[in-house]
Design a protein around this ligand. Structure first.
Ligand SMILES: [Mg+2]
Length: 241
């Protein structure tokens, strides 16, 4: 098997994602809400103390819990629209979400060795794609990748929020293969969750590499590695064999 394309999960593979769910919780949630409140007031909005909770975060979170069960992400649009109407602003969805996300996004870091591994894979001529389950628009995570010099390495980035489908559905992986113009027989899927990443890879008929860790429920991968740093060497020997 000659590998031409590598599909990578993001959280736990390329980036450390605090909380593993990809959105702000606890202290970072509160700091983000403060920033969103400042933005709304700066835009002339009349914000009461409970508005963000009642109009936006509680209804979104209920949608989130229900939609994840259905293999989808919860859309923010109806909740942001309700908030805008009540507080009297016209600020865009992305600006509002960016204000909330930024304190969280700023503390996301690449996993040790991941930047070097990504650059090594890319410089060996492999086509790279990110396939990631995230509950917010992909543009926010693109900014994080950009800040760590990772964005340009991924010709395709398929985020569940933008594609309305989540792993373990194979749909994100299939879309990424089309973006890269790589056949499934010449691709591998790398992820840290066997129930999502490895399951999605197997459904898509792609060889799978599991990054060993706590998420070990689910189908067994073709190969296990300890971290992404091991992947360039593994593929080198694979392609030389
Ligand atoms: Mg992951």
């Amino acid at each position: 098997m000659k590998v031409k394309g590598v599909l990578l999960d993001m959280g736990g593979v390329v980036l450390e994602m605090a909380g593993a769910r990809g959105f702000p919780v606890e202290r970072l949630d509160w700091r983000g809400r403060e920033a969103m409140g400042r933005l709304i007031r700066a835009e002339g909005g009349r914000l009461s103390p409970d508005d963000l909770e009642d109009l936006l975060f509680t209804p979104w979170h209920l949608d989130y819990l229900r939609r994840v069960e259905m293999g989808r992400e919860a859309t923010w649009e109806p909740h942001l629209e309700r908030l805008r109407t009540v507080v009297g602003i016209s600020t865009s969805d992305l600006q509002l979400l960016e204000a909330w996300f930024r304190p969280y996004g700023e503390q996301l870091r690449p996993i040790a060795g991941a930047v070097e591994a990504v650059h090594s894979l890319r410089s060996s001529g492999l086509e790279l794609a990110l396939v990631s389950n995230v509950p917010l628009p992909g543009a926010l995570y693109d900014q994080v990748l950009q800040g760590h010099g990772l964005l340009e390495s991924f010709r395709s980035r398929r985020y569940s929020y933008d594609c309305d489908t989540r792993k373990p559905s194979p749909a994100l992986l299939r879309a990424a293969l089309t973006d890269l113009d790589v056949d499934r027989e010449a691709a591998i899927m790398v992820g840290d969750r066997r129930d999502r990443d490895i399951a999605a890879g197997r459904s898509a008929g792609i060889a799978t590499v599991w990054i060993r860790g706590e998420f070990d429920d689910g189908p067994v991968a073709d190969i296990d590695i300890g971290s992404l740093a091991e992947l360039p060497g593994l593929l080198q020997s694979w392609n030389d064999a």
